[in-house]
Unconditional design. Structure first.
Length: 246
């Protein structure tokens, strides 16, 4: 991916990782379109930063389809899509009431990612060179006990991305996977996971994109989770994270 000269759509970019990445890509020289559910927030960010915007709810198939049609019509040179949207909720699996949170998490994080890819892939395949970046998590590799469905959906995104990448071998579309560690954002209402500072994370991600790191974008902080199974530390890390009380 050429971070200095791409036309990028980032879903879920009205706050947190998505907004930080959108700002960095725009600062590097790319044209950036952001998506989110809140029109007032989109309008404010457009006024402040000059982003293109589109209203999108990735839990709604019709909203995804409409947003993709709109973005492609307004930005026919679009060559990069980042599937950043996601929700993360605590669940007590002994309480049947957790199921509603579980289903919403699957719909947003996994089904939403699949539908976003479907909506934009035909256009990306028509471009001479294009990039699709899915967003999983370090928790795809070692789950956080308190957020079991979130962790499972991110494992699903990882697996789906691998299959997609293999299916697209020989095409014009490069498939990357961004797997963040804990980062200081408002993902769970600003809960403190001891995550890395947002600016430091974004700096490292952009540097990895610029240096052609592929196919997985792995900052240093996520390496222990990504390779826990290989390194024989999976159970140790699982128990350590469970012991944080989050």
């Amino acid at each position: 991916m050429d971070t200095t000269n791409s036309t990028v759509f980032v879903s879920g970019a009205t706050s947190g990782l998505g907004l930080a990445l959108a700002q960095r890509l725009q600062a590097a020289g790319s044209t950036v379109v952001i998506g989110g559910r809140r029109q007032d927030r989109l309008d404010a960010l457009a006024a402040e930063h000059g982003f293109g915007t589109v209203a999108i709810d990735v839990a709604d198939a019709d909203s995804i389809a409409a947003a993709a049609t709109d973005v492609i019509a307004r930005y026919p040179e679009l060559d990069t899509v980042v599937t950043m949207s996601g929700i993360m909720r605590n669940e007590d699996l002994r309480d049947p009431g957790h199921v509603s949170d579980a289903l919403e998490t699957v719909q947003t994080n996994l089904v939403g990612t699949i539908l976003l890819i479907d909506a934009f892939l035909p256009h990306l395949l028509s471009r001479p060179a294009a990039t699709l970046i899915t967003v999983s998590s370090g928790l795809a590799f070692v789950p956080l006990t308190a957020t079991p469905t979130y962790s499972a959906t991110k494992a699903g995104v990882h697996s789906y991305t691998q299959a997609l990448r293999q299916q697209l071998v020989g095409s014009s579309v490069e498939v990357l996977e961004l797997a963040p560690p804990a980062v200081q954002t408002d993902l769970m209402g600003g809960a403190d996971f001891g995550g890395m500072p947002l600016d430091a994370f974004t700096d490292e991600v952009v540097e990895l994109l610029d240096t052609g790191a592929a196919p997985e974008i792995l900052v240093e902080n996520v390496q222990p989770l990504r390779w826990a199974e290989r390194d024989g530390t999976h159970q140790q890390i699982l128990e350590a994270m469970a012991g944080r009380g989050h």
